[in-house]
Write a protein that binds this ligand. Structure first.
Ligand code: FES
Ligand code: FES
Length: 173
């Protein structure tokens, strides 16, 4: 069964040792997903699988046969950026650019988790059906995506602009 990536069907590699990250970057020519640590510690390789965020460096491509993967290359429609991409530009939410695709995919998955009512370590009322994305919630939920420069506040601002309050929602588009 093929794997769907950004709306296109691909065969999974015969070699079961190939990570999803290496499939994307090295075999399919989709370098938007970044390899930072390659060991699950930085978040640069985050992609969406069926709308949920995962670390593609820790995932074997064969595990995702029949699943739907979205990378940063699949967010824009023609010349139209995803609203979160626009917010990153507006808020200066990037400096290195290397962590940015992972930040964006992770934030989209994170917003969907909040809509589903999944609590974080800072959620006061874990019984709530939908979690309000305060800055504290956003910072906590995005803590797996490292920014080591000065853009962190801009990243949180961009995510809050897009998903906080009544604008929250975690669709890929
Ligand atoms: S490259 Fe996957 S978490 Fe760092
Ligand atoms: S924007 Fe990438 S490390 Fe800060």
């Amino acid at each position: 069964m093929p794997i769907s990536i950004n709306g296109k069907a691909y065969d999974v590699p015969a070699d079961a040792r190939v990570s999803l990250l290496d499939l994307l970057r090295d075999r399919l020519g989709l370098p938007g997903t970044k390899k930072g640590c390659n060991q699950g510690a930085c978040g640069a390789c985050t992609v969406l699988v069926d709308g949920s965020r995962i670390l593609s460096c820790l995932a074997l491509a064969v595990q995702y046969e029949g699943r739907t993967v979205t990378t940063v290359e699949g967010l824009a429609t023609g010349d139209g950026l995803h609203p979160l991409q626009e917010a990153f530009v507006e808020r200066d939410g990037f400096q290195c650019g290397y962590c940015t695709p992972g930040q964006i995919l992770s934030a989209i998955g994170m917003a969907a988790e909040a809509v589903r009512g999944l609590p974080s370590a800072v959620t006061a009322d874990v019984a709530r059906r939908a979690i309000e994305l305060t800055r504290e919630e956003i910072a906590e939920r995005m803590s797996g995506n490292l920014c080591r420069c000065g853009a962190h506040n801009g990243i949180v601002d961009a995510i809050a602009d897009t998903f906080a309050g009544d604008r929250k929602g975690g669709s890929a588009r």
